[in-house]
Write a protein that binds this ligand. Sequence first.
Ligand code: PLP
Length: 454
Amino acid sequence: MASDRRDQAVHAAVAQGLLSEEQPVVALLDAGGIRASATALREAFAAVTDAPVLHAFAVKAAPLVPVLALLRAEGLGAEAASPGELALARAAGVPAAHTVLDSPAKTLGELREALALGVALNADNLQELARLDTLVPRQANDPGSPVPPIGLRINPQLGAGSIGALSTATATSKFGVGLRDEGARDRIAEAVLDRPWLTRLHTHTGSQGIPLPLMAQGVRAVWELAEEINAAAGRRRIDTLDIGGGLPVNFASDEHTPSFAAYARLLKEEAPGLFDGGYGLVTEFGRALLAKHGTILSRVEYAKTTGGRPIAVTHAGVQVATRTVYDPESWPLRIRAYDAEGRPKPGPAVEQDIAGPACFAGDLLAEARPLPLLEPGDVIAALDTGAYYFSSPYGYNSLPRPAVHGFTTASASAASAADGDGDGPVRFTTVRRAQRPDEIVAESGGAYAGALLR
Ligand SMILES: *Cc1c(COP(=O)(O)O)cnc(C)c1O
């Protein structure tokens, strides 16, 4: 069970001194869990199609080179949305042929780099296609540098999910070419028919909070558009559909629902021709691959009561859980309480606030949360934080980026053979070390201390 592995890892992290006075907040990543999710994704699509599928992990969900390298070893590629993310994918050894570039605001330089590297790219809009018109034909004449696959992002304009900021398929979303706008279908078809190198359509209907049927309708709309364009061309001009990511994550329990398998089956019902082998497929899942495999741990520094409310003051706040702190309704996190040895803390549940270290009153991971009453030295864990949390830290108050430790546990049988109480040996490996004060100074203009005095 993933939750048993997590409890073992928390105890081992405390016992091995990873969480300490000096490092009062750290993050753990369950390497076995990540592998299992990658396998589940591959198998889900293999069960519904024989078509070639590239599963490109959305780098922004966990921009950590060792994570990208682990996923690469599991057969996944990378979806990058900025020059930095592309550099991370390359540092992890993800081959260009398994990389997709989706930056919404690609500069000419970025387009040139992607073309030169042979990285597939999805243009966001027709102006970007016009820019590519100045670059692609020249490269097409150079046999030494084949033009990579190029697609166009489509916004099916289906409406929003439950989180406005993450709904990318509304009528006025900033992404892609709106499919339902006046004359859009014709403009898109013309754009494709005019450009022999434009062979893909791309859509990503949003992240978290989008109901599965809405996601599937978005994919269906883009598949129908591809069919229409191919019929007009009299041949398969669009040969690959990139269906994006966005599978929501269950933050309320340890269950992995909805599953990749359920989504793949729903897509097959909604858009059967997508899977008949005629189209290559690209997926871009992020959150659903990583979220459940990450845990943020913090020591409880102080525990006080103000206005009758117990408050545990911890080191995990807005710098590691930015969305939860600013928008707790949309992004509630489960919190688990452990004692100072990292064992699950017993005791009656008492409503208490879990506060972070930042200097503003709203820096709370949880409010009025029933938990065993926390004391200084105890440990709290923020669960399901493997995607978009500690991996995307926020620089407020110059709080350092915490260390990230990957862990593996021996299998249950090996564990009970190795030691009597069923706690298998947990092995940690550094994924990212904690940021040091001198690095914060360097990032904050330390080399230019006198710059404003002159
Ligand atoms: C963010 C993003 C993804 C990944 O979304 P998840 O919800 O993490 O699966 C995929 N594709 C694009 C274009 C994105 O912007």
